[in-house]
Design a protein around this ligand. Structure first.
Ligand code: KIV
Length: 275
């Protein structure tokens, strides 16, 4: 095997070894230049179907297609070199049965070159997860608040706050882990439930709005960079890019209108003969 074809990317073994050790770092990425900046800092890059809302301005993730996931997955693979890249399976691409899940997951793996896929996994999805893992496709589960179920839930609401719901989320976790998921994202649940799941399952858990009791954390990159005027309670902003972009665009517009841009430094001139 040539040096070029060998991969230096994190593998499912590296991720599994992080259980109970240094917390795993995952961020979302949707394009090549951003993936290149995030790659050295992350164990995993998630091409989340949140791209429907973050990049394409959709009201939820329900309208995201296979083609969108593949296009953005290819870009993130081109921009990164060491993180494990996980691509979300969009709504409607895996729920029907195990065969549908395999055909679409295999297409994502082949056309993007990513290392794993993620499924929003209600307990019903255990069959799909086992089917994929047995056939060579690593699966990350996603339990608790499942954004693709927004129309059943009536909004983005934290999960597991009643006894019934708590049992349901625990059952989702057990089903994903027993079916062979190499890792489970826990979204929008109270700390004691996240801690109970993390203690029970043998694979690492990665939390979003699920407390520090998980084996790792994930955020939507644009949320933590402060690109939106509103962010959920569980997001910490590490930058204020919205303000920075707004100020830069205003300054550029003023310079263009006042003919201060372009200046001589940004203008081509005739080359002198012989130089
Ligand atoms: O789509 C996404 O970005 C996600 C994360 C928020 C976990 O599923």
């Amino acid at each position: 095997m040539s040096k070029q074809t060998r991969t230096a990317r994190k593998t499912v073994k590296d991720i599994a070894a992080a259980k109970g050790a240094t917390p795993l770092v995952m961020l979302t990425a949707y394009d090549a230049p951003t993936a290149a900046i995030l790659d050295p800092h992350c164990d995993l890059l998630l091409v989340g179907d949140s791209l429907g809302m973050v990049v394409h301005g959709l009201p939820s993730t329900v309208g995201v297609t296979m083609e969108m996931m593949i296009l953005h997955g290819q870009a993130v693979m081109r921009g990164s070199s060491q993180a494990m890249v996980v691509v979300d399976m969009p709504f409607g691409s895996y729920e029907t049965n195990a065969d549908q899940a395999f055909l679409n997951a295999a297409r994502i793996m082949k056309e993007t070159g990513c290392q794993a896929i993620k499924i929003e996994s209600g307990a019903y999805a255990a069959g799909q997860i086992a089917h994929l893992v047995e056939r060579g496709i690593p699966v990350m589960g996603h339990i608790g608040l499942r954004p693709q179920a927004i129309n059943v839930d009536g909004g983005f609401r934290a999960k597991g706050r009643t006894e019934d719901e708590r049992e349901r989320v625990l059952a989702e976790a057990r089903a994903a882990a027993d079916a062979g998921a190499f890792c489970i994202v826990i979204e929008g649940v109270a700390e004691d439930l996240a801690a109970a799941i993390t203690a029970e399952v043998s694979c690492p858990t990665i939390g979003i709005g699920a407390s520090a009791s998980c084996d790792g954390q994930v955020l939507v990159t644009q949320d933590m960079l402060g690109l939106f005027d509103w962010t959920p309670k569980f997001v910490r902003r590490y930058a204020d890019l919205r303000e920075a972009i707004d100020m830069a665009a205003a300054e550029y517009a003023a310079d263009v209108r006042a003919r201060r841009f372009p200046g001589t430094a940004e203008t081509y001139s005739l080359r002198k003969q012989g130089s």
